[in-house]
Design a protein. Structure first.
Length: 291
């Protein structure tokens, strides 16, 4: 029997998504019969002590503080990018030039130009690449895709509606982290959570033809990271202009696919409720809902 090859992974980023991806790399071989073995070889982060702790916690062999060192390592096969959005483009292009397979967290880039540069780089290098829109892999979504393709909910989709709601920034004392800064994040709720349901709409019913939307920033000032919110003299960082990517909510009023299917999508990070993502489709034979 032919032995499986081993693919060495290099992970850049060890905070929230870095922890999630670290766990996924460890658990995937236990749940799935993968065509290759996985080696969690190198993890990268800016703070030496913190990245060493992350390596020990999640069983990464080699902690480093310079992503360029990770990308240049000839023993690394896969580069997994879990960094703030302003670094995605530079890291991905360098990894493509180094011949690595690339996984990149969403949103892919801060703007269209960066995204195009990244796509051009992976095409030129002929490397495997992926954006982590993980909701496609939910069993209920996979079933909905099969039902649509088999025509089980009708031969024509009339309407698609989806909502993604979070509540983690409804508190005005929550500090100005990088996700609220347009120069780093690029696109507020649009890239952070709305991109998930946009991807689901494209995946399930097809490409968009036209879109009309509104955005809103509900909390326009937040305390700087590290400042005491209870201090008599509070230091505030003014929120970014909603049109430049600092919005808390985005709701397209009208959207339509090339097949003339009507779409209503909404995303908000300032709703007091349990986090949810809920797609719904209406067709000529009824309605399908995924909660």
């Amino acid at each position: 029997m032919r032995a499986k090859r081993t693919l060495a992974v290099g992970l850049i980023g060890y905070e929230f998504m870095g922890r999630a991806h670290s766990n996924a790399w460890r658990q995937a071989p236990r749940f799935f019969n993968l065509p290759a073995n996985v080696q969690t070889k190198t993890i990268c982060g800016r703070r030496r002590a913190a990245v060493k702790r992350a390596a020990a916690t999640f069983d990464w062999a080699n902690p480093v503080t310079d992503w360029r060192e990770l990308v240049a390592d000839p023993k690394i096969d896969i580069v997994d990018i879990c960094t703030p959005n302003d670094t995605h483009c530079e890291i991905a292009i360098a990894a493509a030039r180094a011949g690595k397979a690339i996984l990149c967290e969403k949103p892919l880039a801060r703007n269209v130009d960066e995204a195009k540069d990244m796509v051009t780089a992976v095409k030129k290098a002929h490397v495997v690449n992926m954006v982590c829109h993980n909701y496609r892999r939910i069993p209920a979504i996979a079933l909905a895709k099969q039902m649509i393709e088999r025509g089980e909910i009708g031969d024509r989709i009339f309407h698609f509606r989806a909502r993604y709601a979070q509540d983690w920034i409804v508190d005005p004392d929550f500090p100005l982290v990088w996700r609220f800064q347009s120069k780093i994040a690029g696109s507020g709720a649009l890239g952070d959570i709305f991109s998930h349901i946009v991807d689901l709409a494209r995946y399930l019913i097809g490409e968009f033809k036209e879109v009309c939307a509104i955005t809103e920033t509900f909390v326009r000032q937040r305390p700087l990271v590290g400042c005491e919110s209870a201090s008599p003299v509070r230091q505030f960082a003014r929120r970014t202009n909603p049109s430049r990517g600092g919005s808390d909510a985005l709701v397209p009023r009208r959207a339509r696919t090339r097949a003339r299917r009507r779409i209503l999508l909404g995303a908000c990070r300032s709703i007091r409720q349990v986090q949810s993502s809920r797609p719904r489709r209406r067709s000529s034979a009824g309605r399908a809902t995924v909660s």
